[in-house]
Design a protein around this ligand. Structure first.
Ligand code: ADP
Ligand code: MG
Length: 259
């Protein structure tokens, strides 16, 4: 669903009767190397799904497939009921419904914070500059950075830059947000402010898929925790269940290192 123009401050309400994300028997290979080996995952609107697992297990590839940055080798992915492998589908439109935040913030260094937030609104959503600025100011308030609109990224801390990156995604009024290790590049003392913003989004009902090693966040905010290993989901459940009593030996071994 497309948000009405000018409604930048609030989270859009996605359709409630279809899953936000529905992944069936998803396989992805790079050449001979099969990286995803049959993933099944259904995420309902408003769920916060935390994805955990060792390096190389396919977490980023899974997220990138959902965000249409990678084409699946086989299987199906539906976003809000739309089959993204259907050649007639408007992928550019679907992409605007999905916000993505990476470990590296990827802000435009030569632009102000405000311009970082307005450029895609104007170019992709065709919002008028005044409207785009109003939306940008509203989302900057949500991430606690109203006073940084005129700053350049290099003048901000890593935590502030990542909050700008989140604000930039929010300015497009996405129905769901994907986070790929959003705090992994940050100094430890800056992690909390980013997690707080993410907690706020979750509390407002944003559908989120979060690759993270922050088990405290997963326990507190996650509605589900998924453990991936070698291209498969080997365990899932509520974060409390999985963290308190992991069933799979791979999950046990991984958690014993990170907890
Ligand atoms: P994770 O995020 O869990 O660390 P990734 O999804 O990044 O894992 O990577 C899973 C595997 O896929 C790794 O072995 C990685 O080298 C490989 N891989 C990821 N992207 C590519 C690519 N574009 N080309 C070739 N191999 C890739
Ligand atoms: Mg990764």
């Amino acid at each position: 669903m497309t948000a009405p123009l000018g409604s930048g401050a609030e989270v859009t309400t996605p359709p409630r009767d279809v899953p936000a994300i529905d992944i069936r028997d998803l396989h992805k290979s790079f050449g001979e190397h099969e990286v995803l080996k049959g993933i099944n995952l259904t995420i309902q609107p408003g769920e916060v799904v935390c994805v955990v697992g060792p390096s190389g297990s396919g977490k980023s590839t899974l997220l990138r497939t959902v965000n249409l940055l990678e084409q699946p080798t086989s299987g199906s992915v539906h976003i809000e009921g739309v089959d993204i492998l259907d050649p007639d589908v408007d992928l550019d439109h679907i992409r605007t419904r999905i916000g993505m935040v990476f470990q590296q913030f990827n802000l435009f260094p030569h632009m102000t914070v405000l311009r970082n937030l307005t450029i895609a609104q104007e170019r992709v959503l065709r919002r008028k500059p005044a409207e785009a600025r109003a939306v940008a100011r509203a989302v900057l308030e949500r991430v606690g950075l109203t006073d940084k609109a005129a700053a350049h990224p290099a003048q901000l801390s890593g935590g502030q830059q990542q909050r700008v990156a989140i604000a930039r995604s929010l300015s497009m009024n996405p129905d769901m947000m994907l986070f790929d290790e959003p705090t992994s590049a940050l100094d430890p003392e800056l992690v909390g402010e980013v997690l707080e913003v993410m907690k706020g989004l979750a509390a407002e009902g944003m559908t989120m898929m979060v690759v993270t090693h922050e088990m405290g966040f997963a326990r507190e905010v996650g509605s589900r925790l998924i453990f991936m290993d070698d291209g498969l989901i080997v365990e899932e459940g509520t974060p409390r269940e999985v963290l308190a009593a992991p069933q799979h030996p791979r999950t046990q071994a991984f958690l014993s290192k990170v907890l």
